[in-house]
Design a protein around this ligand. Structure first.
Ligand SMILES: NC(=O)C1=CN([C@@H]2O[C@H](COP(=O)(O)OP(=O)(O)OC[C@H]3O[C@@H](n4cnc5c(N)ncnc54)[C@H](OP(=O)(O)O)[C@@H]3O)[C@@H](O)[C@H]2O)[C@H](O)CC1
Ligand code: K
Length: 458
């Protein structure tokens, strides 16, 4: 049983392909899955009675195999089914279950509820009486465990096809799926752990790994660690937050055109001028936090786009940006929109959150950090990282400015890519929020960054 950080994420179709490519026959895969599920249930169920709910497909098949294994292990277990099995594999698994099978509507509750109704094959919402039984049984259970996915969520989009009571634990078979990470499904999964069933998972998507940051090289100097320029605008507090966060990572932070003195002394200030960005030592420019919507803001964005620097484009700059302008630039750009900014930037891009981030990255040639409780980072190559952890206290003014500054500082550093910089920034941002704790304000994130960076191994 493995935590999901850094693991490859597979869609339902990619899972089927991986299963076929594994060379292991499907019955053996189901036997492995069922045995692994039973082992977890036995270990954490404390010997209490288990009720296994089995659906008509292979998710139900896993349920029958797990029920048989639990019974063999001496755990009291009952099975309730939605209908007869509909696949050969599920029929085989059902035949291996020596006990009775009751209709779900008549099943009485047990302390441990194992939901093996539907997995990757769910194509529509559950019938209302089934939803009602599931809720009634779950409320009376001490522990609800979902097999592969909570029965009611769409595997690839994380959409909720019918109401689900919420599991404490979801045992993902072979690999995490998008629904384990995307809203609204993710919180209904509870803790997600992956059971290895011998399938090699390959795809361009993975769960955001723990950031891996190195200490500066022994011969490092402030410019070799990375110089980041933050362009200020009408609301100087926002760019000050971005610059303060950047200063925790970059060797040199230049704040351009800021009207505030309330800054750490380590931040160097420069007046705005047409040629303010003509400094070859600048490794990345952050533009957008507090920039404002006016002509001066537009001129600053034009200057940044005309420069050769790597860019982080955030906040107000996203309202002024025509993403087509990024295509002709040689250096990387990272866009950090929340959903509203994304819709403004890419009004015609539709689909699941993963599809939208990936399409926008492909179209613009920029790395896109589509922010939210389920932040997604997509590179123009099609590679995608999905954030696994969320701290709701991050929904506070200035939080995005801190992320933009952090992203710029990491992008300015040595030996990195836009995808790696954005991924580490998102991880550090969440970790800093976890460390800062409830009721945090954005300034606290900056103060918590040293501890977050230490967690990332630096
Ligand atoms: N991939 C692997 O490596 C392994 C996966 N295993 C398990 O298999 C499931 C996926 O199994 P599958 O049979 O493809 O799908 P489901 O069990 O989720 O259900 C499909 C059947 O359910 C019907 N269906 C779909 N939605 C509903 C609904 N709302 N109400 C009633 N019936 C529904 C569907 O019928 P259709 O009408 O849509 O055609 C199917 O009959 C995976 O999640 C794993 O748990 C293996 O056991 C191990 C290897
Ligand atoms: K399930």
């Amino acid at each position: 049983m493995r935590p999901i950080d850094g693991l490859t994420v597979l869609t339902a179709a990619e899972m089927r392909t991986a299963e076929q490519a594994s060379g292991v026959d499907e019955a053996a895969l189901m036997d492995r899955a069922g045995a692994a599920i039973a082992e977890v249930v036995r270990r954490i169920g404390g010997g209490q009675e288990v009720l296994v709910l089995c659906g008509p497909g292979n998710n139900g098949g896993d349920g029958y195999v797990a029920a048989s294994a639990l019974r063999q292990a001496g755990i009291p277990v009952r099975v309730a089914a939605l209908s007869d099995p509909r696949t050969d594999l599920a029929r085989r698994a059902r035949a291996g279950w020596a006990g009775p099978v009751e209709p779900i509507a008549e099943a009485s509750a047990a302390p441990v509820l194992l939901d093996a109704l539907f997995g990757t094959g769910l194509s529509r919402g559950l019938d209302e009486p089934v939803v009602e039984s599931l809720h009634a049984l779950s409320i009376r259970a001490v522990l609800t465990i979902a097999v592969d996915l909570p029965s009611g969520v769409a595997t690839d989009s994380g959409a909720l096809l019918s109401a689900y009571p919420g599991a404490a634990l979801t045992l993902a078979l072979g690999a995490p799926k998008p629904a384990h990470l995307l809203l609204p499904a993710a919180p209904l999964c509870g803790t997600v752990r992956v059971l290895d069933i011998g399938i090699a998972a390959r795809s361009q998507a993975s769960v955001l790994p723990v950031a891996s940051l190195r200490s500066p090289a022994v011969d490092a100097h402030k410019f070799s660690r990375g110089m980041v320029a933050v362009v200020a605008g009408r609301m100087p507090g926002a760019s000050a937050l971005a610059a303060s966060a950047a200063a925790r990572v970059a060797g040199y932070v230049l704040l351009i055109g800021s009207a505030t003195d309330r800054l750490p002394h380590a931040i160097v200030r420069r007046r705005w001028a047409e040629d303010a960005l003509f400094d070859p030592r600048i490794g990345a420019v952050v533009i957008g936090p507090g920039l404002g919507p006016d002509e001066e803001a537009r001129a600053k964005l034009n200057a940044a786009l005309a420069s050769d620097h790597a860019l982080v484009i955030d906040g107000d700059a996203l309202r002024l940006l025509d993403p087509a302008r990024l295509r002709s630039r040689a250096s990387p750009a990272i866009l950090t929109p929340h959903e509203g900014e994304f819709a403004h930037l890419f009004p015609d891009v539709k689909g699941s959150k993963i599809d939208r981030a990936r399409t926008a990255a492909g179209e613009s040639g920029a790395t896109v950090v589509l922010k939210g409780p389920d932040t997604i980072i997509a590179a123009p190559t099609g590679e995608v990282r999905l954030a696994a952890r969320h701290v709701p206290w991050l929904a506070t003014a200035g939080s995005g400015d801190v992320l933009a500054g952090l992203t710029g500082a990491l992008l300015a550093g040595p030996d990195t890519t836009a995808l790696a910089a954005a991924s580490s920034a998102v991880w550090l941002h969440t970790e800093a929020a976890r460390i800062a704790g409830p009721a945090l304000i954005a300034d606290d994130l900056t103060l918590a960054l040293p501890a977050a960076i230490a967690q990332a191994g630096a």
